[in-house]
Write a protein that binds this ligand. Structure first.
Ligand SMILES: *Cc1c(COP(=O)(O)O)cnc(C)c1O
Length: 431
């Protein structure tokens, strides 16, 4: 059986899939396949679900969402969230340029990542990011050095590795002792002491991020308790923390996972902070997947149906370079035909044209299809287009956003010429 995740913005009307008021087949006619399609409504609803917990009844703010833009960094997506009042969590100089290009306020950006270069730190200080989320003493030294050089004060937070098991896929778990991420829990106090001595760093926060696609609130509460202990201890040492950044990681429904309701999840954490006497802290959430994952689909067309002695293959025009998650994590994405047809159902492995056996998008799917039909690969809004590559010289696919009955092309389809435009042949006469 094909599990269908709960989707906002996408629905079936008269045996045919729609995104808001627009049929997916008309999107395919206009923009071709493969193609990513997002629902403006779904993006907004997911954001507002966080916001419902972040705002007090009197309108004052107890927390702010900083969208983890690595999950989907298209300018139009950033623009939607910026207009709703989001901040951003970014992990590279490239993402910093994107967020500025999208018109967002750099003062609402936190800069995460284990390997910030001198150039990235320089640019972030020049535009004035809200905070550097720092992961080591050498990185603190470097930030201090660059800030001194520019005659600025760098606002910093330390990313704590709380050593809790988020019980998610090993590749996307980040809060365990042996991960490369964060400052080891037992070294956090001494690292803050070191930061305090740095002339051009100002300690303003503390942060953590324990992993991704986490389905249970308990690991978040465990991490939170361990961090509140640190904040209390730091305060005794006259190190005053203003903001607490809880990272992202809330999971979504891909194949029937039961996920915490977003508002309830955020409220539980915020209430816990208040009950423990830390209500004075500004709290930051850094969700990625839970804001965009189920707001987007990858639409693809069936090229060939290929029965073999052991298996039926459904060969489509999208591939692992367009959506890496199945090949990389063996991730499940529900796959549905855009139009329900009265055809016999067969069991297929849905695969792409790339020359790798790992190039599959879904295995053992019962589908009633024929060649030429359109399929939707659901839950593809997060870590879909953002992780796509040009492998096999496959141009990146267009991205489309739908709002009501309006359709916007938010990324054009690339041509092969785009892909080798920066390459150069060797000179004619070369000995
Ligand atoms: C990836 C990442 C996030 C977002 O994770 P999701 O699982 O997509 O919510 C947030 N913060 C940091 C530091 C990250 O690296």
């Amino acid at each position: 059986m094909n599990h269908l995740p709960y989707l906002q913005g996408f629905s079936v009307k008269n045996n045919e899939w729609f995104v808001e008021d627009v049929s997916l087949s008309s999107v395919a006619e206009q923009f071709g396949t493969p193609c990513y399609v997002y629902s403006h409504h779904a993006l907004t609803q997911a954001f507002m679900a966080y916001e419902a917990a972040c705002l007090r009844p009197d309108g004052s703010r107890r927390a702010r969402v900083h969208f983890a833009m690595k999950s989907n960094s298209n300018l139009a997506i950033l623009d939607v969230f910026a207009k709703l009042g989001a901040g951003f969590d970014l992990v590279s100089g490239g993402e910093l340029e994107r967020v500025i290009a999208a018109g967002a306020n750099p003062h609402l950006c936190v800069f995460s990542g284990v390997g910030k270069s001198i150039a990235e730190i320089t640019r972030a200080l020049e535009v004035g990011v809200k905070c550097f989320n720092v992961e080591s003493i050498p990185e603190l030294d470097r930030i201090n050095y660059v800030a001194q050089h520019l005659n600025r004060i760098a606002p910093i937070s330390l990313r704590v590795n709380p050593d809790v098991d988020a019980k998610t896929h090993p590749y996307i778990s980040t809060g365990l002792k042996d991960n490369k991420f964060g400052v080891a829990y037992e070294s956090v106090l001494s690292t803050y002491e070191a930061a305090k001595t740095m002339t051009h760093c100002k300690i303003i926060g503390i942060d953590c991020h324990i992993g991704s696609q986490i389905l249970d609130i308990q690991p978040f509460l465990d991490a939170l308790d361990r961090i509140l202990l640190l904040i209390a201890e730091l305060s005794k040492r006259s190190i005053h923390i203003e903001h607490l950044d809880l990272g992202g990681g809330l999971g979504i429904d891909y194949e029937g996972e039961v996920t915490p309701d977003i508002t309830e999840f955020a409220n539980t954490l915020l209430n816990h902070i208040e009950h423990k006497g830390f209500g004075y802290l500004d709290v930051i959430f850094e969700p990625g997947r839970s804001l965009v994952g189920n707001a987007g689909v990858l639409m693809t067309a069936v090229e060939y149906l290929k029965p073999t002695s052991s298996k039926n293959f459904c060969i489509v025009d999208a591939a692992m370079n367009d959506l890496m998650r199945p090949a990389m994590y063996e991730a499940f994405h529900a796959i549905v035909p855009v139009k329900n047809k009265l055809l016999p159902t067969h069991n297929y492995d849905v695969v792409g044209p790339v020359c790798e056996s790992g190039d599959w998008l879904g295995k053992n799917r019962d589908l009633a299809i024929e060649s030429g039909d359109l399929l939707l690969i659901l839950s593809a809004g997060a870590y879909g287009s953002a992780m796509s590559s040009h492998y096999n010289t496959r141009p990146k696919v267009p991205e489309v956003m739908v709002k009501g009955h309006q359709t916007f092309l938010i990324r054009e389809r690339e041509t092969p010429q785009h892909l080798f435009a920066l390459e150069r042949r060797l000179p004619e006469h070369l000995d």
